[in-house]
Design a protein around this ligand. Structure first.
Ligand SMILES: NC(=O)c1ccc[n+]([C@@H]2O[C@H](COP(=O)([O-])OP(=O)(O)OC[C@H]3O[C@@H](n4cnc5c(N)ncnc54)[C@H](OP(=O)(O)O)[C@@H]3O)[C@@H](O)[C@H]2O)c1
Length: 242
């Protein structure tokens, strides 16, 4: 057994794909969900059956409730890595966004993850090889009109990793962002067929990524030989927006 990884958003598509990759490479996992606890439970059962020597636990947290972080942390003992694959977006002009939507996105994508890391740093440092991987977005690099605040948060995740990686380098902890382009997940299910077609035709590879094609790079950042990579953003976009 390699150690324990906390996957925020394990009930989501990129999070569950990341869980499958990390479980295959020998990790035990804390599988986080917010509303879809049944998905995290089904994933736990699937992985327990496939990797009986490893442990898989489900954990729950609404990231819009940062005051719940201390209670959430009580469920975790060993933590050698964290994957932030939770997230949400709202489409629309910035001037039309409700302040509650702005606060919700901020808490899910930035505030609560950072509060978690403050308290997990000591645990992550124990193995001398701690890993933090955020699922950012190419919008954090290129920006997207109609998703201005979402893009800002994705850029902030990159800036956070650049700065924090310097603080924790001597503890053996690395912090990086995997920045996908368009991925075929529930998050994009509200697009009309015409919108999907237009999106795909703007991507040089002419399609969206599968969640597994993003999870591959999450797994790569957990490989022992990836220990020299830190503070970086790894775009995985099919050539889109470059
Ligand atoms: N799909 C794309 O095209 C794309 C592109 C670039 C970046 N990303 C990023 O990739 C990450 C994963 O997205 P995905 O595409 O895999 O979407 P997804 O399948 O919809 O998964 C979203 C995850 O976020 C969790 N979540 C939502 N609200 C939450 C809250 N208030 N508190 C805690 N967790 C919450 C969901 O939990 P429950 O379902 O249990 O509520 C779910 O596990 C996100 O950060 C997203 O911004 C996605």
């Amino acid at each position: 057994m390699k150690g324990w990884v906390l996957i925020l958003g394990a009930s989501g598509d990129i999070g569950s794909a990341s869980a499958r990759v990390l479980a295959a490479s020998g990790y035990s996992l804390y599988l986080h969900a917010h509303r879809h606890s049944e998905k995290a439970a089904a994933l736990r059962d699937e992985l327990t059956k496939k990797y009986p020597q490893q442990d898989f636990l489900t954990v729950f947290l609404d990231c819009t409730r940062p005051e719940k972080v201390p209670e959430f942390l009580q469920q975790l003992f060993q933590v050698d890595g964290v994957v932030f694959a939770q997230g949400k977006t709202y489409y629309g002009l910035l001037r039309e966004m409700d302040f509650r939507e702005i606060r919700e996105l901020y808490q899910i994508q930035l505030e609560t993850p950072i509060l978690l890391l403050q308290k997990l740093e000591e645990k992550l440092s124990r193995c001398k090889n701690g890993r933090i991987v955020w699922i950012g977005s190419v919008y954090g690099i290129a920006g997207s009109g109609m998703e201005t605040f979402y893009s800002s948060l994705k850029g902030a995740q990159q800036a956070f990793c650049k700065a924090y990686s310097r603080e924790v380098a001597t503890l053996g902890i690395t912090a990086n962002v995997v920045a996908p382009g368009a991925v075929d997940t529930q998050m994009n299910r509200s697009f009309t067929p015409e919108e999907v077609l237009a999106l795909k035709s703007a991507i040089p590879l002419q399609r969206m990524a599968s969640p597994a094609e993003i999870a591959y790079w999450v797994g790569a950042l957990f490989a022992p030989a990836a220990r020299f990579m830190t503070g970086e953003t790894l775009p995985v976009t099919g050539g889109w927006l470059y």
